[in-house]
Design a protein around this ligand. Sequence first.
Ligand SMILES: Cc1cc2nc3c(=O)[nH]c(=O)nc-3n(C[C@H](O)[C@H](O)[C@H](O)COP(=O)(O)OP(=O)(O)OC[C@H]3O[C@@H](n4cnc5c(N)ncnc54)[C@H](O)[C@@H]3O)c2cc1C
Length: 410
Amino acid sequence: MSRTDTYVVVGAGQAGGRAAEAIRGAGFSGRLVVVGAERVRPYERPPLSKQVLTGAAAPDTAFLRAPDYYDEHGIELMLNQRVEAIDRGSARLTLAGGETLAYDKLLLATGSRVRRLALPGSELAGIHYLRDLDDSLTIAKALRAGARVVIVGGGYIGLEVAAAARKRGCAVTVLEAGDGLMRRQVAEEVGDWYADLHRRHGVEIVTGANVEAFEGGSRVQAVRLADGTAYPADLAVVGVGILPNVELAADAGLEVDDGIVVDACGRTSDPAIFAAGDVTRHPNPILGRRVRLESWQNAQNQAVAAGRTMAGEETPYAQVPWFWSDQYDVNLQMVGLPDRVDRLVRRGDPEGGAFTLFYLKDGRIVGANAVNSAKDIAPTRKFIETGAKPDPDMLSDPETSLKKVLKAAG
Ligand SMILES: Cc1cc2nc3c(=O)[nH]c(=O)nc-3n(C[C@H](O)[C@H](O)[C@H](O)COP(=O)(O)OP(=O)(O)OC[C@H]3O[C@@H](n4cnc5c(N)ncnc54)[C@H](O)[C@@H]3O)c2cc1C
């Protein structure tokens, strides 16, 4: 690395922002440019479906850094600019306006975009998706007391929007195609517990709901299912998953496999190009397999590892995946990424509103869903890292501390 080198980060989201900070923090003294398609400086997305929607926090609390930070650290933010192509032969990027930008090293943090429904009526006004700050502000404005909100998708985004909409006095219906809520993210028992929670808060939950069309003149007025049932709507919010923005990398001939393939330090198949965040498929040595994660933790810490490595400090990324969701006054935390499980052990009392469900495989904890039980997360992570085998009876007894269970497991 020399003082005249140029490092470019594509994507000014959480991963892009944190990677740039890490590159500087590791001592890179050349030119550092972050190119981002959005109009604002890097921010975190979790508040967009929570505090920003309910009005509990101002949108600017989501920003990673104060505006001056970037000038002070010599980080050039090129906002409202989309990178259209990477020419690896000449080490140049082409921006949407036709301008080019040379790089010595490049980091791709292009994140994800929402999966859009292509159904009759999909183009009607009043149908929203939630990915960026502007989406969140638009939805927040539309959540007026008494408005009928139909949410398509019973995953964590849809359910966080449902909780915020109830808080704002809207009438809320959640239409979920599967047979339960958050089936991709949590155990059935936990998803069912959340269905009860939402029903207690007045949300209508419809599972097995096959959405066939949006109806209305110029604005959405109803969401219709394949069985003909129509749910009246003043607005609809669709949360049916995301797709990684891999096209830039794929078109440049980098290895892509449902995510840009990187090593533990964030290197792609081209040693001058790194990637971090939602867009990567990376090895996780604790899980023993490659994963693509859609989470705050990964956007934060993998980006730091890749940024440092790019600046010359080899930093492998190895953490137990962790994720959370806040709905009403209930905090859900998920740790681990269990693929196969042969036993579930419950600790705590679902009726009392606080419990943890542990996933076990061959006697070892491979993951957990903790409902209002954040204190269980750190010890669970230890169990997963060490592969210690807990005594299931001790594990299920809330009177026995997890520290003690861990110690007994040796
Ligand atoms: C509403 C919401 C709530 C969430 N809540 C939680 C939560 O509670 N807990 C949790 O763990 N995770 C949560 N997440 C997930 C977490 O926010 C994401 O995993 C994280 O934002 C990923 O960061 P990223 O920087 O990799 O990608 P992104 O945040 O997607 O950022 C990528 C950026 O790159 C830009 N970009 C893409 N292509 C180009 C291009 N060609 N040129 C220039 N710029 C480009 C995009 O415009 C975007 O700004 C939530 C996500 C959302 C949307």
